[in-house]
Design a protein around this ligand. Sequence first.
Ligand SMILES: [Fe+2]
Length: 335
Amino acid sequence: MFKHAMTYVLLTALLLFPISGNIDAAEELTLYSGRSKSLVQPLIQQFEKETGITVKVSYGNTTQLAAALMTEGEKSPAALFWAQDAGALGAVSKKGLFAKLPEAIQEKVPANFRHADGSWVATSGRARVLAYSPERITTEQLPKSVFELTQPMWKNRIGWAPRNASFQAFVTAMRMQAGETRAEEWLRGMKENGAKTYAKNTPIIEALAAGEIDIGLPNHYYLLRFKKSNANFPVAQTFFKANDPGNLVNVAGIGILKSSKHQKTALTFVEFLLSAKAQQFFVSEVFEYPVIDGVIPNANLIPLPALLKLVPTFDLNEMDDLEGTLALLRKVGIL
Ligand SMILES: [Fe+2]
């Protein structure tokens, strides 16, 4: 009798809670992350702790992850794609692989920093800036546009990093905004003006401090790292005039894969990244720009509304032609 009762209880339990894994599966998300593990792991752990949801992360190069998603199509295990740049998001979006995010999520992020069709939103931004030596250049002398840098007064005074992904994104922005011909002319002009090539952004800042160059074109946060340990570090930075391609903001952003069975759970993660807490993390840890209001800005960052007035106005989704940019850089002999 007792045995029968036990069997009954077990059978009932199996019917009510099938072992197929449905319950657990809903609480597990696969994330393709183009953002580095060292940067985002603490944030992901915080999310797991708060929600009880497990995040399985595949870290990789943003462009390669986008290519993987396009190959996998509906069979992809990914629920989320967190990319380091808008071009990769635009490419996945064009393939129709993203689900539409709810209006309430879209509206949290400024229109310049998301896809108009609601397929992805930015999670933080890295601005291109004009870095310079305040000892050798007065504020009156500062160029108003990146196009002025081909003028004779800047001969042999500029540093850039053509292999850097953010620099290449800026060239893509220039091609989209000013056209192929103008971008090519600018690149040739810069080369003729003796622009010095650096491997990446950090050496540009060091070269400015060392007096090797007077102007550089890095991302905004590199100087902030130097200023953190030395407030008097002898380099300054500013933006060009409003709408200049030299003010491009490269966004990191996220979208939910339409093919995922975990739409709601995935949305929880997107909401988490847009929370004040997560946004503060990007500002405090890596000096990135937040994409929502109400985050305490770094003293060295301009407020988000001011930044939005400066950024070039064009569709970030058109940033997906990296190949075209690489071809142009090779044609001009810069790569
Ligand atoms: Fe960087």
